[in-house]
Design a protein around this ligand. Sequence first.
Ligand code: ZN
Ligand code: FE
Length: 241
Amino acid sequence: MTKLRIETILCRAGTMDNYSYLLIDENTGTSAVVDPSEVAPIANKCKELDIIPDYILNTHHHFDHTDGNLDLKEIYGCKIVGAADDAYRIPGIDIHVKDGETFSLGASNAQIIRADGHTTGHILWYFSDTKALFTGDVLFNLCIGGLFEGTVEQMFTSLNKIKQLPDDVFFYPGHEYTIHGVGFAKYLQPDSPELQKYLSFAQERLSKGLPVSPTKLSEEKAVNPYLKAQSVQELEKLFNI
Ligand code: ZN
Ligand code: FE
């Protein structure tokens, strides 16, 4: 049985509210940091848990996901893994991965899923055994990432790839942006009991200073307006309301 321990680390607190994640494959002790946007909170967590990360896994090139790459590589000697098509702008990249490939973190395997839209070359990291999906800036709680480089069509395709994953997969976003999605979700679904339930859960988590994530894809599919869009046209409309 593979077992992946996942520690959520808040970075750039109060400004961009990024989430970085420390992953530890408990069978082998192999470990990785997902999207290190700064060094201190990650180094503190590694020290607390006595972990020397073996890898950095990037979802995309934006600075608020890669700014810690070079310093952490220097401190820990870890290898940096990112999308081949994004390699030219991911600082310090060592290992290139492509859509459909598998990356092994010790005994835990991640499937690489290409998800353009927010940027070109963005990837998702899907650990199917653990049922954990790291979505970077594609999917957030109740909202999605802005279209910096891609098109609505590409984002629709990417969201569909997420929707096709099993309902009991938990997703781990690149930011705590729940609050940004609340008003729009309520406006579109004023009477949704699923949304009510989701919001009271989210409120409770946030009031304790905890991340809303991870939530199950089934829960997200029921309330996230962008995941609910059934066509490119429907998705496009959401950008224009
Ligand atoms: Zn980004
Ligand atoms: Fe970001």
